[in-house]
Design a protein around this ligand. Sequence first.
Ligand code: NDP
Length: 248
Amino acid sequence: DRFRLDGRIVLITGASSGLGNHFAHLLASAGARVAVAARRADKLQCLVESITAAGGQARALALDVTDSTSVRNCFHELTSWGVPDVVVNNAGITVTRPLLEQTEEDFDSVIETNLKGCWLVATEAARRMVATGRGGSIVNIASILGERVASGVAPYAISKAGVVQTTKVMALELARHNIRVNALLPGYVVTDLNREFLSSAAGDKLRSRIPTRRFNELTDLDGPLLLLVSDAGSGMSGSTLAVDGAHL
Ligand code: NDP
């Protein structure tokens, strides 16, 4: 089964909630050894216990993606397992307010986490994958807002457009090392990131404009993610895979 990940080492950033937490369960049940990384150690510990209780293999790693020393330490800690075969670059934040109310701090925090964080983790992973000579798969969790725009999320949309280009330039330069780099572009999924906004009147309006008239469920992302991380997607690199209910 080319979708299986038995024996593979997977690192997932931002795994303490939302999509990352869900992806950790998914990839552990596909057979991977899953390293889950974020800042909140207590949440990661619960996740590790829950994966282990279900018969999977998981461990928690402290990580702040905005800090290059923390990124290097995280990969260093993981060396007792080895260099990851798969990295899911998922850590991300947003600040939702009108363009002219966004502060310099808002802009910096979103760009540092979503764009610089993605870059730091992806390049550190790639360096180590090159050294093993085994190659690997890097999946950057961008967003439909990396390709289209909406009001109120300027720094976020700008950061995710940067993640899309990061994906394409890395795919180009790393192909000769057998490292695949793809971006997953989810549409809206209700998580801690956006629960307040999506539950508001503005969220209802947004949903009414989605052709399928619904937000995504976490499980809508399962097949697309498995495709990108596994041998089933071995011919894909530099792709942007949108999962968005035909959102216009
Ligand atoms: P959540 O807020 O639920 O999760 C975000 C995760 O990122 C948390 O685990 C958080 O962990 C982690 N994180 C934030 N900052 C850092 C940091 N500096 N270092 C390490 N980890 C960090 O949001 P989602 O699950 O919704 O978002 C996950 C990804 O999916 C993001 O990249 C988001 O942009 C993307 N996405 C989400 C969509 C949605 O509709 N929900 C749609 C499209 C894309 P901790 O605080 O413990 O560090």
